[in-house]
Design a protein around this ligand. Structure first.
Ligand code: GLU
Length: 446
């Protein structure tokens, strides 16, 4: 039976690299029908915090990576580590030392050459004589990372250690400990580094690296999981869009490359748009509501079916949940903010006034405000004026949305409703259009 774990140190927020480690462990466990455990490595008392622990757990949950056991906290297992210390001390494989005037315990590092076979990297050899006797128990009574990690991996019967390649240098120390205790080492698999677009190791310099930043920007967990999965692993056949179920089915460490992966933000945005297009409107709406509320929209006061229709109308257009509100804000306000450059471009023509006034009058007379009715009405109008619909559509769009880009004009008017549509039209007529130009001086002929 396969047992793996994700064992973050709560010394920072869950970042993309940590999320990938967690995901690969989870996929590996689910693929093999093994177990996935969570362990919080909080033995560095100065740098560990409750806030980071909560952030990590929340992030893992949000990504949908369920765990089978844990989280266990190393800070609560001192007794266990001390038992192992006693064993090592009594066989002279460890000894008391003095660190900063206080008693600590160091491991007597054997000096024979060390070699291990990394599942991803192949054979890695170390000159153990270059590794000094390292501390097992610090002066504050807490174990060091290498020691606690090894003890817990042994206690939890971890079969595969899948982690970032920044831990390669720790591996010989951990293997030496297994040997000293007469225990078998797990299989190690070190994941390649994640680089930013400029080829340097991914860091805050490259923008958002914390999982919660992506959550707060409105990326969907499924999209982020799919994207992160491809940072080092490939499902084969150039496939990129892979559901969780498919990933579980075909995830193997053999398909994890040893060369570093590149974090491509454009690809993440593309992936997110794609998942937005595929997600049922009701589910998207659940994700969107907190964003709308945060933007000041009284979501409870709106019809669910109206909101769903709006989601359907915009699902091809928004890239993130946050972006949805940015694109649709004019639906949620009484007054529209008109972008000055757009107004200048479309309204400062005296020729417009007549037609927009007629649009207003025609629409006022409509009984129903369905998109088909609106389309029929406006197409008849432009025909009678011998102008192309395109000439009318853009100023009309600006009048009711305040912007030059929106979803389909008829659908937009239908969802906005008669009252708001007319109110905006007449506002524009009074504010931006030059009054008094005769209806004959209409738009240029098509
Ligand atoms: N606590 C270590 C870290 O956060 C994990 C080490 C391991 O997976 O062995 O990097």
């Amino acid at each position: 039976m396969i047992h793996v774990r994700f064992s973050p140190s709560p010394t920072g927020f869950l970042h993309v690299g940590g999320a990938r480690t967690a995901l690969y462990n989870w996929l590996f466990a689910r693929h093999h029908g093994g177990t996935f455990s969570l362990r919080i490595e909080d033995t560095d008392r100065q740098r560990s915090s409750q806030e980071f622990t909560e952030d990590i757990l929340e992030g893992i949950k949000w990504l949908g990576l369920d765990w089978d056991t844990g989280p266990i906290f190393q800070s609560q297992r001192l007794e266990l580590y001390n038992r192992y210390i006693e064993t090592l001390l009594s066989s002279d494989k460890a000894y008391h030392s003095e660190e900063e005037g206080k008693k600590a315990v160091r491991f007597r590092m054997p000096h024979d050459a060390l070699e291990f076979k990394d599942t991803i990297r192949g054979t890695i050899t170390f000159d153990a004589s270059l590794i000094e006797d390292f501390v097992l128990r610090k002066a504050d009574g807490f174990p060091t990372y290498n020691f606690a990690c090894m003890v817990d991996d042994a206690e939890m019967r971890i079969t595969h250690v899948i982690r970032g390649d920044d831990h390669i240098a720790n591996t010989p120390k951990q293997i030496a400990l297994y040997k000293a205790l007469g225990l078998e080492s797990p299989q190690f698999a070190h994941l390649p580094m994640i680089l930013g677009e400029d080829g340097a190791r991914l860091s805050k310099r490259h923008g958002a690296t914390a999982v919660k930043e992506y959550r707060d920007l409105g990326y969907l967990p499924d999209a982020l999981v799919n994207f992160i999965a491809l940072l080092g692993w490939s499902p084969g056949e150039d496939r990129e869009v892979v559901s969780r179920e498919e990933m579980v089915k075909c995830f193997t460490l053999e398909r994890v490359g040893s060369t570093s992966a590149r974090f491509d933000k454009t690809k993440l945005d593309w992936m997110n748009s794609l998942y937005i297009r595929q997600t049922p409107a009701g589910e998207l709406l659940r994700g969107l509501k907190p964003f709308l509320s945060r933007a000041g929209v009284d979501v409870g006061g709106l019809e669910e079916s109206w909101l769903k229709a709006l989601v359907e109308l915009y699902r091809e257009r928004f890239k993130t949940l946050q972006d949805f509100f940015l694109q649709t804000s004019f639906f949620f306000t009484e007054e529209v903010e008109y972008q000055p450059e757009v107004v200048d471009k479309f309204f400062k023509k005296e020729t417009l006034t007549g037609v927009l006034q007629e649009v207003h009058d025609e629409l006022s007379g409509l009984e129903d405000f369905k998109k088909e009715t609106l389309e029929g009405c406006l197409r008849r109008l432009v025909e009678s004026k011998h102008i192309s619909f395109g000439k009318l559509a853009q100023p009309l769009r600006v009048a009711i949305t305040g912007r030059a880009v929106s979803a389909g004009i008829f659908e937009t008017m239908e969802l906005l409703g008669k009252e708001k549509t007319l109110k905006r039209l007449s506002h524009c007529l009074h504010t931006f259009c030059r009054a008094g130009s005769p209806p004959e001086a209409n738009l240029p002929r098509a």
